[in-house]
Ligand binder design. Structure first.
Ligand SMILES: Nc1ncnc2c1ncn2[C@@H]1O[C@H](COP(=O)(O)OP(=O)(O)O)[C@@H](O)[C@H]1O
Ligand SMILES: [Mg+2]
Length: 252
């Protein structure tokens, strides 16, 4: 049963077609990777899936529900969350506060209750903090909880973003180049973390340039080229596909 289905998706920016007639489906429980050269449309696809960009054509189904026209907050509430290609961390907040931001789409208190700090709000805040701490623990970051984000190295901040995306307890996690800028040790840790996320029951849609990582942990790889699907299949088939080698992977 596919968790996510994309049908005939297109996105134009003026005269430029960033995504053309793209259809694919993502089975639940997989690490499903999207690869392709710079400018292939990978980030645009993530922005379409979360309705940051409205598609020019086509439709998107999540858990059989048509989400094509839903606003981003509703898509998030249905269980799709993401990390960004460029770090989106609030440097003036500490680590746990940064992660709590990711829980707020699930919080229930209204403005009135919040303004007067009613007991329901205090209980709610504790619940949100506990969810954030749980996500930090899962990502191996609990130790950093009360440290200011501005004091932490890039590798930790990348993991912090993952913790924030997990805090809302998504069913589908979109990750845009999580290994970019990480050293070898951090990349190895990231591999294990992404597998642990998958093993916890969350389906992962991964955009990544590190081919070692992609081929090691993915069940399915989809290759985008100039906004079109070039090939899709298990890593070993993709690695020996002559069109993919010519367009992207290169010889050797
Ligand atoms: N908001 C935008 N306005 C105009 N063009 C855009 C916009 N976002 C992306 N593009 C263009 O769409 C194409 C795909 O970009 P992108 O999705 O960022 O590629 P990738 O993430 O695969 O490197 C590029 O040619 C890019 O310049
Ligand atoms: Mg990109």
């Amino acid at each position: 049963m596919p968790l996510l289905e994309v049908k005939g998706l297109e996105k134009s920016f003026g005269g430029l077609k960033a995504i053309t007639d793209l259809s694919f489906s993502v089975p639940e429980g997989q690490i499903f990777s999207i690869i392709g050269p710079n400018g292939a449309g990978k980030t645009t696809l993530f922005n379409l899936l979360t309705n940051i960009y409205r598609p020019t054509k086509g439709s998107i189904f999540f858990n059989k529900k048509d989400i094509t026209k839903l606003p981003p907050f509703k898509i998030a509430a249905l269980g799709i969350s993401r990390t960004f290609q460029n770090l989106q961390v609030f440097m003036n907040m500490n680590v746990v506060e940064n992660v709590m931001v990711g829980c707020h789409l699930r919080s229930k208190s209204g403005l009135f209750a919040s303004a007067f700090r009613l007991p329901s709000v205090i209980a709610e805040e504790k619940r949100v903090r506990d969810m954030a701490l749980e996500a930090l623990e899962f990502c191996g970051l609990k130790y950093y909880s009360s440290q200011p984000a501005s004091a932490l190295p890039y590798g930790i901040l990348k993991k912090l973003e993952i913790a924030r995306a997990l805090a809302s307890k998504p069913r589908l996690l979109l990750m845009d180049e999580p290994a970019a800028g990480l050293n070898d040790t951090e990349t190895m840790e990231l591999c294990r973390l992404i597998e642990a996320i998958r093993d916890s029951g969350i389906t992962v849609l991964l955009v990544e340039h590190n081919m070692g990582l992609v081929m090691e942990i993915s069940q399915t790889v989809l290759v985008l080229n100039y906004g079109r699907l070039l090939a899709t299949g298990p890593p070993r088939d993709i690695q020996k596909n002559p069109e993919v080698i010519a367009a992207y992977l290169g010889e050797g």
